[in-house]
Each structure stands twice: as C-alpha cells, then as structure tokens.
Design a protein around this ligand. Structure first.
Ligand code: ATP
Ligand code: MG
Length: 143
C-alpha cells in the first residue's frame, strides 16, 4: 500500500528534543482529525521510542534520531523511529516487560507501553549499527 502523505524529521539525540519529536509527529497526524485519545496514544508511544534511541541507542555519545511518518488512505499511520546507535543484542528479551539495561532509573516498560498504545510494534536492530522501531496506529473514525 502506498502512503497518501509522508514526512521525515531528524534531530540530535539531546533529551530536550523529545518534546519536539512528539509535537512534530502529532502536528503531522492532526490532518487525520484524530480523537484526542488516539493522538495522545501516538504521542506517548513516540516519546518512548525516542527516549530509547537517546538513552540506550546513543547512551555514550550524541547521534541523530530519524523519524518518518506515513499516512495511508484507510486512515492508519506508520511512525518509524530509527537510530544509528549501539543496537539491541536480543530484541525478544528487550521487549519483555520489566527487562531493562538502564539500572534503577528505568522501569523496563517502554516497549510494553508502545504495544499497549499502538496496533503493532516491530523492532529490528543490529548490534553496532542501530535500531528501528515501527509503530502502526489505526485511527478511530469520528462519528
Ligand atoms: N534504541 C535502542 N537502542 C539500544 N537498546 C535499546 C533501544 N531501545 C530499547 N533498548 C533496550 O531494550 C530495553 C528495554 O526497553 P524499554 O523501553 O522497554 O525499557 P527501558 O527503556 O529500559 O525502561 P523505561 O522505558 O521503562 O524507562 C532497554 O533497557 C535497552 O536495553
Ligand atoms: Mg524505554
């Protein structure tokens, strides 16, 4: 299926840019006239994925985070958050609730949050090359 509209942004992995990323994705998706709840779900999921890229992917250095957003005719959206950071050695394990390499500061719930707020979450990662998280959200039509 071809998207009917798409955009891309990229930004430095400073945590101050999390808010920018969330707002930019939400602004683009607002053309779908989403419900407040749906938009809030996407904002939360994007926030988790971007935080992961910044704190885990680029944990020891600054890098660039890339986001692409695609909108499809049937009203669903795909948001892909990519980093070129350290990568994840075992994606299945990383996606298990409560698994974290972030120590006491982290709950290990980011992927679980993404999964509960989106219709699908796919992760592909290569150690030393980076990580790509693809979120799919179907928007509830307003009646
Ligand atoms: N982009 C990434 N690059 C490298 N490792 C990642 C990335 N995203 C997630 N991970 C790994 O997957 C683990 C689980 O991520 P998840 O978001 O579920 O929990 P967390 O970030 O550790 O804690 P929380 O999100 O609750 O603060 C992380 O601790 C980290 O080891
Ligand atoms: Mg996280």
């Amino acid at each position: 299926m071809k998207p009917i509209n798409q955009t891309q942004i990229s930004f430095s992995s400073n945590s101050v840019n999390e808010g920018y990323a969330r707002a930019a994705v939400a602004a683009f998706l607002s053309q779908l006239d989403p419900t407040v709840a749906d938009l809030s779900d996407v904002r939360t999921a994007v926030s988790e994925a971007v935080t992961n890229a910044i704190v885990h992917g680029y944990r020891d250095r600054l890098g660039t985070v890339y986001i692409s957003v695609k909108i499809y005719e049937d009203g669903h959206a795909q948001v892909r958050v990519r980093d070129k950071g350290c990568g994840i050695p075992d994606v299945k394990q990383a996606m298990e609730p409560l698994f974290t390499t972030g120590g006491e500061e982290r709950a290990g719930l980011g992927f679980a949050v993404m999964q509960s707020f989106c219709d699908s979450v796919r992760v592909s990662s290569t150690v030393g090359k980076g990580t790509s998280v693809t979120l799919i959200k179907r928007f509830t039509p307003k009646c």
